[in-house]
Write a protein that binds this ligand. Sequence first.
Ligand code: NJP
Length: 263
Amino acid sequence: MQSLQGKNIVITGASGGIGAEIAKLCATRGANLSLLARSVDKLEKLKQELEDRYSIQVFIHKLDVSNTDEINQIFQLIFEEMGTVDVLVNNAGFGVFREAHEATITEVKSMFEVNVIGLMACTSMVLPKMREHRFGHIINIASQAGKIATPKSSVYSATKHAVLGYSNSLRMELANHHVFVTTVNPGPIATNFFNIADEKGTYVKNVQKFMLQPEFVAGKVVDAMLTKTREINLPRWMSLGSVFYTLFPRAFERIGRKAFNQK
Ligand code: NJP
């Protein structure tokens, strides 16, 4: 594993959840950070906390990743501040659990703009320099929902399937440029994600017993930084399920019907 000491790491969606936990762990390893999100107050608090405890530089920027013009401007500033970006963590994202016929087009567009287009736009900002320097790592937070689509997550699953497809191609394109691409596919994590995704709290109640902790997921992500890790799948038993699904989709959908209806 390469040391993160003095490396420049950009994290989208860093104002809470796993993004903030990733930021904290990167700080313990001496990395400089550029933290992006819409909630500047939360970013300011985190910056203060990290700069008080560690000898690192922390930059923060208000960024809505659904606004591609804003992405362009903010990444120009990031390059002025940091010079290079060694690791980009595309973490900003959200989901809304509804059946397909209930999802509004505004919701569908918004999920794709944040989870997919925003992620691609941020990636395209760092690609030219990473390719030129033959160094860098792009980490895309996808989901187990990008491997197994379940009822009430048609749109969210579609966005995460898109992230996996994009990342798999990108990894091959960058293989000869010494730039790594890792996808992270967690199951449910105890974060604010469910305040929007699961308004009624049904899913949270049903999956409580195997919810992952954000610190644990963040630890796996940070351990994989600047390594050739292809995918991080958590928890492990869920990723075995996706292998089985790929091999026997019809049987899996039949046998798993009850287990998939947790939302
Ligand atoms: O959720 P949460 P997580 N522009 O809600 C930011 C995936 N995932 O940490 O802008 C910019 O605590 C938001 O910041 P703010 C999930 O799909 C989760 O769990 O200030 N930023 C906040 O910092 C997502 O990709 C679970 O509101 C925007 C952050 O995103 C990633 O994990 C399971 C934004 C969200 O923090 C992090 O989610 C799974 C925008 N337009 C995958 N919209 C899970 N929790 O169960 C949101 O498989 N953000």
